[in-house]
Write a protein that binds this ligand. Structure first.
Ligand SMILES: *Cc1c(COP(=O)(O)O)cnc(C)c1O
Length: 487
């Protein structure tokens, strides 16, 4: 910090040299004991010279001024608010002795670390340009067909339909499986609300299934109990929506085993797990149907979009038909069933094609970020990381851990607020759907005496995991996480 400091006995010339050397356009005037007195800009010195003071005069000629100064309790957010209020671009930070420990500047300070920011590759623009050049500005076209084919090639599945969102793809999955008003559909409880909203669109009744600790995904034992109970009431579900949470496949063989015994099809909600694997096979390709999302925060994105996949080509062509207003193949507009406007646009499919080319890189990078967190924080006994069973290859969409508050003494909400003060976006684990007011009347089957999804919600946090993050960003997250845990 010495390089920013000037003293009262320095000449103006020397002070100007100091400002010139570090290029921040500002110096910090300190007294004989090194305590910060005020900030000095080159403008301050220019005005002094214009008033007749010479370059060889001492800095003591500078009039006194109360400068805005922060201390070590000043968060980034506080500092930015102070700088906004006072119209400043710099803020000196002092320790308990009044000595300079940091000099914040607005540009570096205001850099927010997002949970999962979009990260474009190099080819997206080319595909979009093609769409413009050929005037395929429609929810149809070569990029849509290309994207579907390339997804099939990547996943090793037979058919795919690109949709306007992952939610739309899930909705179509329910429709093509014949889910109707009054039907029951099972769904993982620990997930984003979009997994279950389409059940309500169909007027069907959701029943929620708890997670297992091994994978954080649907517990096969809880599923079995729920199916037995449903069978005894003669109300077996029409479908089971199995979510692959935070980029990790559910325990598919065990779940399929149970579901097959009762003859109920599984829909994999793989919105978060594109590029992940279960026993070496692509996540999302095990169920009767699989659903992916290309929303802005997902591992690859089209800004908004989704994909429905299956090895059953009839189901996919039915979904494609329904996604374009269910128009019968007649010259006039003939309609027999209700349809939807759920098709992906040809422009966004172009973004998707470019993104798909970098998917493997993105998976590798997310896994690397996760490993970095684990090693940087390995000494913190209150932190446990989301497990990866030996059959799983997670894409580590988000780096997620649980924190034992009885060890840290810091409540989860306080921890999140503390990180937010440093402009670090961390989030709690999804609030289980059976706890949502929207689903308060729905049934829920726990994994055991304790409800695992509630436990994970109460202790889990998602750390920033965007693939454009640098090592220094991870270091900033870790540093502040430690600080917030020790506060
Ligand atoms: C993002 C997400 C969805 C919904 O996808 P959209 O493309 O945003 O509609 C569904 N399920 C899960 C688990 C998700 O994370």
């Amino acid at each position: 910090m010495q390089k920013y400091c000037v003293t009262n006995t320095m000449t103006l010339r020397k002070a100007l040299e100091v400002i010139d050397q570090h290029g921040k356009g500002i110096a910090i005037l300190v007294d004989d004991d090194g305590r910060v007195e005020r900030t000095v800009t080159d403008g301050d010195l220019r005005r002094l010279i214009l008033s007749g003071v010479s370059l060889e005069d001492e800095m003591s000629m500078l009039p006194q001024q109360n400068s805005t100064i922060g201390d070590q309790t000043t968060t980034r957010k506080d500092a930015l608010a102070l700088m906004d209020a006072k119209g400043l671009d710099h803020l000196p930070i002092v320790d308990a002795n009044g000595h300079l420990v940091d000099l914040y500047d607005r540009r570096t300070l205001s850099k927010r670390i997002f949970l999962s920011a979009p990260h474009m590759g190099e080819l997206e623009r080319t595909y979009i340009d093609d769409a413009f050049k050929t005037n395929w500005i429609a929810p149809l076209g070569p990029n849509v067909n290309g994207f579907e084919q390339e997804i099939c090639d990547y996943l090793g599945c037979k058919a795919a339909a690109a949709t306007s969102s992952g939610t739309a793809a899930l909705h179509l999955a329910l429709v093509v499986l014949g889910v109707e008003r009054g039907d029951v559909v099972f769904c993982s409880s620990l997930t984003f609300v979009a997994s279950a909203n389409p059940i309500l669109y169909q007027g069907a009744e959701p029943v929620f299934i708890d997670s297992e600790l091994e994978s954080w995904n649907m517990c096969p034992r809880a599923l079995e109990r729920a199916l037995l109970a449903a069978k005894s009431e003669d109300r077996l579900p029409k479908a089971i929506i199995v979510v692959n949470l935070y980029g990790q496949s559910a325990n598919i063989d065990a779940l399929l085993d149970v579901a097959n015994q009762f003859g109920v099809p599984i829909i994999e909600d793989a919105a978060e797990s594109l590029g992940a694997k279960y026993k070496g096979q692509q996540s999302g390709t095990f169920g009767k149907l699989g659903v992916y999302s290309f929303n802005g925060n997902k591992i690859i994105t089209t800004s908004g979009g989704g994909m429905l996949v299956s090895d059953d080509e009839d189901l996919i062509s039915r979904a494609r038909f329904l996604s374009t207003q269910a128009r019968e193949p007649e010259v006039h507009y003939e309609h027999r069933v209700v349809g939807y406007n759920y098709r992906m646009s040809n422009i966004l499919a172009g973004v998707g094609r470019g993104q798909l080319r970098v998917l493997d890189e993105r998976v590798a990078k997310r896994r690397e970020l996760f490993d970095l967190y684990v090693s940087e924080l390995s000494d913190r006994s209150e932190i446990s990381w989301m497990p990866e069973p030996n059959w799983s290859f997670s894409n580590r969409w988000l780096s997620v851990c649980t924190i034992d508050a009885s060890k840290s003494g810091v409540a989860l909400r306080e921890l999140l607020a503390c990180l937010d003060g440093e402009l670090i976006e961390a989030r709690p684990v999804w609030k289980p759907l059976h706890l949502q007011p929207l689903f308060e009347k729905s049934k829920m089957y726990s994994a055991g005496n304790k409800n695992v999804s509630e436990e994970l919600y109460n202790t889990g946090i998602c750390l920033p995991s965007g693939t454009s993050m640098k090592e220094e960003d991870i270091a900033r997250v870790c540093l502040n996480l430690r600080r917030c845990l020790d506060a």
